[in-house]
Structure formats: C-alpha cells, structure tokens
Design a protein around this ligand. Structure first.
Ligand code: AMP
Ligand code: GLY
Length: 419
C-alpha cells in the first residue's frame, strides 16, 4: 500500500521534507500558505490556505496515514492535537508540548524545575525594578528575549546589539510594555551548534550536528535572522565539539523529553531541536524548537537513509529506532531578498536555473498564476551542496548561485574556514 502523508508548511524546510518523502515513494498531500513551486510539484494534491489558522478546519477532511508538521505556528495552533485525535501518527508535538518553543519562559522553567544541566542564569521580569535588578546581577552582560515566537529575530545580546546599558534596559522595558514580561539571561560566550533529534517521548535519537549562521551579514555581523546558512560534517559532529559535549547535549534533550511528559502527561513526539552554546563550562542550552530547523532540515534530510515516513510511524508507536544518515558533508546557502531582514524587497520577480551541482529548495516564495516567481519578505531559496568535505559541499552550493537572478542577496562566507 502506498502511504499518504500530510505535509504542513510552505518553506524550504518543508520542501526538504517533501523531497525526503518523495524519495521513498510516499504520496504527499500538502497544506501550504504560500505557493511554493517545489512543494506543489511533489504533491499529489496541494491545498492552499490564506493562513494556517484557517487551514485547521481542513484537517478533518484529509485522507492520510501520517502527518508531518514543519513550522511552529501550526504546532502552536494544535494541528498535532487534532490529527492525533484521528489516530494519525504525527511528526510534531501537541500544542502543550510545543510550548517548549512557543514560550521561552516555559522552556527555562521546565529545565529549572527538573534540574536539567546546561541552563543559563535567567530572570523573568515584569517591571522596571525587576529588570534593573536582573541587569545589575548579570553585570549587563545579557541576552534579552521576548517570551513568544518572533521568527528568530526578537533576541538581542549585549555587546552585539546594544551600545550601552541604557539601551539594554530600554529594550527590556519595551518588551515588558509589549508582552507583560521579558527574559533577561546570562550572555553565553562560545561556539554554537544545533542538535536536532527525533523523539518518541522517551528516546531522543540525535541527527548529524549542524553549525547555523544566524547573523545577516558576512563575518557574523548584523541583526539575527531566521538563519543565512548552515554546514554539517561527514562524521556527523563538528570540529569544535567533543564526544563529551555530544553526550551532554544528548542527555539534555533526553531529560527534557521526559520532563515534558512529567509536566504535561503527554509524550513529546516529533523533532526536538536544541540550539547549544559550547561555553567554558560545557554546552549550555540557548533555545529549544519543536520542529526541524530551517535551514538545518536541509542539511540532515538530504542524508537521511531511513524512511521519514517509517520514523513517523515508529514515533506513533512509541518505538523509535536509530535512524541512518549518509556520511557526507553539507552546506546550505540561503538566498534572501535584498535588504533582508531589515527592509526586505518583497514581491520582486526571481528566476531560478537548476543545475546538477546543488539541490535547490524553494523557500518563502509565491508562484503567480502567470508563472512568475516572486519573493516575499522572508528567505527565498535554500541552496544545498553535498560533498565528501564541507569545502566541496560549499563550492557546489556557491557555484549554483550563478543560475539565480533577481533582487536577492546572500552571505558569501558560509562554511569558510572549515575543510
Ligand atoms: P534564540 O532565538 O533564543 O535562538 O536566539 C537567537 C540567537 O541569539 C542565538 O542563536 C544566539 O546567537 C543568541 N543568543 C540567544 N541567547 C543567548 C545567550 N544567553 N547568550 C548569548 N547569545 C544568545
Ligand atoms: N535555524 C534556526 C531555526 O530554525 O529556528
């Protein structure tokens, strides 16, 4: 029997998921809020909705065997809850478990209450007095974070985004005014890494580690973005990460999965994404996401040899097995609209010439009825090179950029300095 999978989401991450399903001959029914030509082409049927809020009503009507939910918004809206009620195995946690991403305060308190290592010092502040006291305790060396979802753009860090203490305090006050509370936490210093894992609520199976490039401009300068690129290595770890770092990160993810179960009574089923900083005191947790990373999904899914549909079924049965990934290196370069993320040029036409060197993932684009492809205000195309080394993967990704035209730009230094 051919399995039919519901795929929710319309970006490059979901295009990567669609490619992984398609490789295994799975029938794809997609629910998209942007007309992504890559996903549409691989889908037997693509349902277009103006928003995922509206798309929720469609979930009862679809005849599918499994479901994979890409972005955080439908997770927060309870898509997995509705699908699980219909006994459909879902890759993606129910909304109460997805709070690990949708509320940074919840994530920090969960780690604290369950004594999970890797927790930075943090304060939740609701007034100017509390903010001032937290800033003083942390010597103004802080990261200031809104509680809820901001597409990776709400966090500001001292030294990088604030000129002085007054600006630091002002940002905290702005967020208190907007949201009622803010997280002020210790600024972590070190190198970041992404550990994504599949989890059935008990086990956490780590995927190849990825280095993500969050800053907008070359040399890791400029504002934070959804990410401008990412690399992974053929041995599935990063050169600056030791066996012990990896063990600690895996332990943090496993304990967190169990903590969610204890806290909500519901197993966390899907992908748990951990962003870590390797500090002098060992790996610390920067944030959790309740889904694959974007672009990190592209790095790992292209290497996944186990069927993603089978993994979803195993997770549904709470019987996850170790997935197998190819021992190859990857490099994703994100093509973004000119001006991204500050003043992105949306609605501008682009043309894309595929080539054999790289895999092109369509991101946040809209295919018009007349065949024109337009940018939106978000990231446009994820270009993935694969090779035996990061250098080779990087060369393949960058050489394909010549076939892309329009008001677009990219970072030129993804993967530089790594062989
Ligand atoms: P987040 O949305 O929490 O992943 O934060 C976005 C980026 O802000 C992270 O990838 C880090 O580069 C930076 N960041 C977040 N929290 C901290 C922290 N406590 N210390 C230093 N940098 C941080
Ligand atoms: N690459 C960061 C994220 O997916 O949130």
């Amino acid at each position: 029997m051919t399995l039919a999978a519901l795929l929710v989401g319309s970006g490059a991450r979901e295009h990567a998921i669609a490619m992984a399903l398609d490789r295994q001959g799975i029938k794809i029914i997609s629910l998209i809020d942007k007309k992504n030509p890559g996903i549409i082409q691989l889908s037997s049927k693509a349902y277009f909705v103006d928003s995922f809020k509206e798309g929720k009503n469609k979930l009862q009507e679809l005849d599918v065997n499994i479901a994979i939910i890409g972005p955080e918004l439908p997770l927060s809206l309870g898509y997995a809850d509705i699908l699980q009620e219909q006994e459909i195995p879902v890759l993606g946690p129910v909304s109460s478990a997805a709070r690990i991403e949708t509320s940074k305060i919840y994530a920090r308190r969960l780690m604290q209450e369950h004594n999970i290592t890797g927790l930075p010092e943090f304060y939740v502040c609701t007034s100017k007095e509390e903010a001032l006291s937290a800033l003083k305790d942390l010597n103004y060396s802080v990261a200031i974070k809104p509680d809820g979802l901001t597409g990776g753009k709400g966090v500001k860090v001292s030294g990088d985004h604030f000129r002085d203490n007054a600006e630091t305090l002002q940002y905290a006050l702005d967020l208190i005014k907007k949201d009622g509370s803010v997280i002020i936490e210790e600024k972590l210093i070190g190198l970041e890494f992404t550990a994504q894992s599949f989890t059935d609520g008990t086990r956490a199976e780590i995927m190849p580690l990825v280095k993500d490039y969050k800053r907008a401009y070359d040399g890791d300068k400029g504002p934070n973005t959804g990410s401008m690129g990412s690399i992974s290595f053929s041995n599935h770890v990063l050169p600056y990460i030791s066996e012990s770092d990896l063990r600690i990160a895996k332990g943090i993810m496993e304990k967190t999965v169990l903590a969610v179960k204890k806290d909500t009574g519901i197993p966390y089923q899907g992908v748990l994404y951990g962003q870590f900083m390797k500090t002098e005191q060992g790996p610390k947790l920067v944030e959790f996401n309740a889904r694959f990373g974007d672009p990190e999904a592209m790095n790992v899914l292209a290497l996944l040899e186990t069927s993603l549909a089978n993994i979803t079924l195993q997770i549904g049965d709470k019987n996850l097995k170790k997935p197998v990934f190819k021992n190859l290196a990857t490099c994703v370069v994100y093509v973004v609209p000119e001006g991204y993320p500050v003043n992105p040029r949306s609605g501008s036409p682009i043309s894309v010439q595929p080539n054999n060197d790289a895999i092109i993932h369509y991101g946040s684009v809209n295919l018009e009825d007349n065949g024109r492809l337009l940018t939106t205000s978000s990231r446009t195309l994820g270009i993935l090179g694969i090779g035996t080394t990061v250098k080779e993967a990087r060369e393949k990704a960058y050489s394909s950029l010549t076939g892309i035209e329009g008001s677009i730009t990219w970072r030129s230094d993804i993967g530089i300095g790594f062989e």
